[in-house]
Design a protein around this ligand. Sequence first.
Ligand code: ADP
Ligand code: MG
Length: 731
Amino acid sequence: MGIKVGIDLGTTFCAVAMIGADGKAAVIQNEMGERLTPSVIQFFDDGSYIVGAEAKEALDYGEEGCAAVFKRSMGESGAYCSFYGNDYTAQQLSSIMLRELKRQAEKVTGQRIDEAVVTVPAYFGELQREPTLRAAKDAGLTVRQLVSEPTAAAMNYAADHFRENAKILVYDLGGGTFDLTLVQMKKNARVDVIRTTGNSMLGGKNWDDELAKLLEQKILEDVEYTDTDIHTLCTREAEKVKIALSSAMKAKAHFTLEDHGSCTVEVTREEFDDATAHLREKTRGLCRNLLDGLRLSWRDINAVVLVGGSTRMPQIKRFIKEISGREPLSRVNPDEAVAIGAAIMANVKAQPYAVQKMTDDASVIRALRKGSVPAKEMPVESLQKLTVSDVVAHTLGKVTVNKDGTGYKNQVIIRENSVIPVKVAVAEQFYTKGGEDNESEIIMLQGDSENVAECTAVCRYVVSGIKHDPSRNPTLLKVQYSYDANGIVHVQARQEDQTTDLPARKLPAPPDMSRYCEGISAPPAKAKAEPLRIMMAIDVSGSMTGEPMEEAKNAMCRFIDEFSSYPGDFKIGAMVVSDRTQVVCELTNDLAQCKEAVNDIKVCMTGLCNEADPFDEILNRLAVARGKKVGVVLADGVWAHRDKAVTRARRCAAMGINIIGMGFGEADEEFLKAISSGEIGAMKVELSELTVSFGKIAQELGGGRGGKKLFGGSKTAQTECETWPAPGETL
Ligand code: ADP
Ligand code: MG
């Protein structure tokens, strides 16, 4: 049997840890005897590469072929770098890194790695977690789970200092990001992550930038003018000076300016701390939000655990003391805590899926209050006894047609800070068209805002094989959304009465989301449209029996729906025609009523043959109406009194009524043309295209909301329903 390891795949450093024979988790040294491996790769022209300290050295000397800080670009499309004619994505680079970490750890321990827990920043969402997981699999690792870095750090702390009821705040300031996570230790060696928040644009890099500015100012105090690009020079030096200031009260930087020769500037820790006060304040703001949101004060927090290289700055320790009133814990090694915590998590039991109940603040606060009894030291007998529940950092939603049908919105499905793994199943109605078109698309979003433009599209699911039943359209599907334990999104769909999932493909999000963003942030100022009156007439003669009738009714209902947001005065009516005519719905603006009447249409309800035509009735209803007047006539086959029908249709045209003659099957195209008038004219279509053609007409007439292929439009009912096993869920 091999070993289970934890891997901290850091932006700047990586570490691998395992639980040793002594039952304690510790870092595994690499081949060179180092505990940390720099996240740097150097490629050579023969395609070979080296990883770690040597590559980092090459990078520092400015040698060619070096790739670093690629983790920040995880999930970005396209190459991160290109050497000797080969492109590398951040995912590929991470995979090389992980393969090398695995190789070295196996060599040093002399054991095979069976399973690994790989850590990611808490703020990593679907777009970064999915490629991280793939990178690990490509590296030959069996990934037990992806775990958030602060959660792993909290586990490391809990393993050594388990105190029942204690609330721990993990303050993780790395190279490019800040993560803040509140954890509560509970009875039976449970560790629960309560909240996680952060800022993915705040990290050591921002401190470097401030220091670079400071250096620049100081150079310009001595040198009034220089041609040298001092900004670039200072940026290059800043990190070194910053790190020096962590152990000394002042540090010097040396520069060579083309037109002035060498120049040395000195920065004191105090100057640096002053220049970066606003950055510390940003972290204070996030701390306050997190605590306020849970109605906690600093007094309720038992310990602050510092993680991430940037917490080595003395200003951070002082700052934590100032805001929390106590010294931060220094018992945790900020460089190793994440890997060690991950090693512990590689050995604990997996959590079952929670069925989503909104993690409402009130219940979380109640639970926290319950825990407000003094914390008591409670050593964990064995690390395997620990259990942990984590939360997700991002709200999951999907693109939905908004209420008035004028655009799209983000419909929230699973809130941030929900305990993962989590699933929620919803019964949703949507339309099918029949024919080849039995697919529907769901676009998943990350973010809280209703405004799609303020969210990130993370993936798209195409559900196919949906049964098209014209008599039950819209169809009811059960759709289950989940975040697995890795924080990765899954969507499953089932026909209402089925127990197996429909085929569903997970695809990248559409590259251009602009069409889903319009009309929300700035609703399109639709000009008030002219009044519109439409009379639909449908042939119900015997030849319509069966599918033609059902398709026609379906198409008409869809057609009516297209006008649900017509920006003007709109009325629609419906009639049937065969041997007689019958108006089944007088002109109305009640679209639901009209659809109901259409659904009630039966074949042959006015006789078996085509003795009659609908044009006099249409004329009666529309002749004196205001605005644009349209008669949509759906025919099948040839009408008995063809010439009479054409004459009456022309009379309609003379009264300003546009007749659109639509036909399928045996319908005579010449006849359709003869009865049609206006811009749209006649249309002969296949039965399976009927709905699409009706949709086109609706759009020409100023209707159309688009996007109906998306689940859960405003008019569709949504109810929670029974969940079922999620992918990979073991019951
Ligand atoms: P990540 O997890 O993003 O890889 P780390 O936790 O390794 O980040 O932290 C890297 C950051 O820590 C860099 O910005 C680096 O400059 C900073 N850092 C590392 N050591 C020190 C130090 N002694 N003093 C100040 N900053 C440091
Ligand atoms: Mg790190």
